[in-house]
Design a protein around this ligand. Structure first.
Ligand code: SF4
Length: 291
C-alpha cells in the first residue's frame, strides 16, 4: 500500500504495515473468534450453523456496538491468507452451511487471496460478506466474483443520527450506492432446497430504541430502490451495550410497540421477504463471547 489504505470511505491512508488506521486494523487481520454460529438468519445459519470468522477492526464507532470487545481492540490470532483459507476449509469440514465473514472490510487484501486458495483446495460453501454497509465501490469491485452473499446493514438515512451514534455523518451517502453495487453483483437472494442461501443480497436493519422514524426512512428507501421481493432482516435484538448508557434512549431495550410499528411499516410498504425476530432474542447471551 504505497499511498496507505483507502479500502473504506474513511480513506485514512494509514500505512498499516506501520500503524493502524481509524479502524484499528494492521496489515494482517486479527481474528477474534472462529465458530459455528447458530444465530444469524436461518438461511445463513441453517441447522448446523454458519462458519463465522469474526475479524477485529471496524470503520464505524457505534456507541451501542454489540462486538465492542473486538472491534477496536486487536485480539485473537493474526492470520495470513493461507491460514484464513485453512480456517474456511476447517469450518466446511465441521458442517457449516455457509462461510460468514464478519466485519471484513479492512481485510479485503487478505480475504481475496484466501478465498482463491480455499476454492482451489475444495471450498464449495457460499461466502457471505457481513458488513456494516460503509463501503466504497472500488473495494466492492475487487470483491466481484469472490462473494456469493452480501449481508449489509443499512443503519441510517439521516446524517445527524449516523454522526451521533456511529461517528459517521456520511454513512448513507456511501452505504446506499454500495448496497446497489452489491445487488448488481449478486441479485436477489436465492436459497437451495433446504432453505440455505446460495447467492444474493440480504439487507439488515437493526431497529433502535426511540428511532422508529429512522427505520421508516430506511425501509422507504429500500422499497423505492430495490425490488419489493428483496430480502430484509428487520432486527429487534437491540441490547444496550458499550457506551449506550450515555446515549438515552439507547440505554434501554426496544419496546415491543416500537418493533411492532417497524414491522407494520414493512408490511404496509409491501415487502414480501422479511425476517423478523422474537424480542426474546434481545439478550446478550446471543452475542458471542470473545476471548
Ligand atoms: S479500512 Fe481502516 S485503515 Fe483502511 S481506510 Fe478504512 S478505516 Fe482507514
Amino acid at each position: 500500500m504505497i499511498d496507505g489504505c483507502t479500502l473504506c470511505p474513511r480513506g485514512c491512508h494509514a500505512d498499516r504495515k506501520e500503524r493502524a488506521g481509524y479502524c484499528g486494523a494492521l496489515s494482517l487481520p486479527h481474528v477474534a473468534k472462529v465458530m459455528l454460529h447458530q444465530w444469524e438468519e436461518p438461511c445463513i445459519s441453517g441447522v448446523n450453523g454458519t462458519g463465522a470468522i469474526f475479524f477485529c477492526g471496524c470503520n464505524l464507532r457505534c456507541v451501542f456496538c454489540q462486538n465492542h470487545a473486538i472491534n477496536h481492540t486487536m485480539t485473537g490470532r493474526q492470520m495470513d491468507a493461507s491460514l484464513l483459507a485453512e480456517t474456511m476449509l476447517a469450518l466446511q469440514a465441521q458442517g457449516a452451511h455457509t462461510i460468514d465473514l464478519v466485519t471484513p472490510t479492512p481485510h479485503v487484501d487478505v480475504i481475496i487471496p484466501a478465498i482463491k486458495q480455499a476454492r482451489s483446495a475444495g471450498l464449495f460453501l457460499p461466502i457471505a460478506y457481513n458488513t456494516n454497509g460503509y463501503e466504497t465501490i472500488e473495494t466492492l469491485d475487487r470483491l466481484h466474483g469472490f462473494i456469493d452473499i452480501y449481508l449489509p446493514d443499512l443503519k441510517y438515512v439521516t446524517p445527524a443520527t449516523a454522526e451521533r451514534y456511529s461517528d459517521c455523518g456520511d454513512y448513507f451517502s456511501f452505504a446506499a450506492p454500495a448496497i446497489q453495487a452489491m445487488y448488481e453483483q449478486v441479485g436477489e437472494l436465492t436459497v437451495d432446497e433446504n432453505g440455505i442461501a446460495r447467492r444474493g443480497l440480504l439487507i439488515r436493519h437493526l431497529v433502535l430504541p426511540g428511532a422508529v422514524s429512522e427505520t421508516r426512512r430506511v425501509l422507504e428507501y429500500i422499497a423505492a430502490t430495490f425490488p419489493i421481493t428483496t430480502h430484509i432482516s428487520l432486527m429487534g435484538q437491540y441490547v444496550p451495550m458499550y457506551k449506550a448508557g450515555l446515549y438515552p434512549p439507547l440505554d434501554r431495550k426496544l419496546f415491543q410497540r416500537e418493533y411492532a410499528r417497524a414491522i407494520s411499516h414493512c408490511i404496509a410498504l409491501g415487502f414480501k421477504n422479511v425476517y423478523i425476530q422474537s424480542l426474546d432474542s434481545a439478550d446478550d447471551s446471543y452475542t458471542p463471547l470473545f476471548s
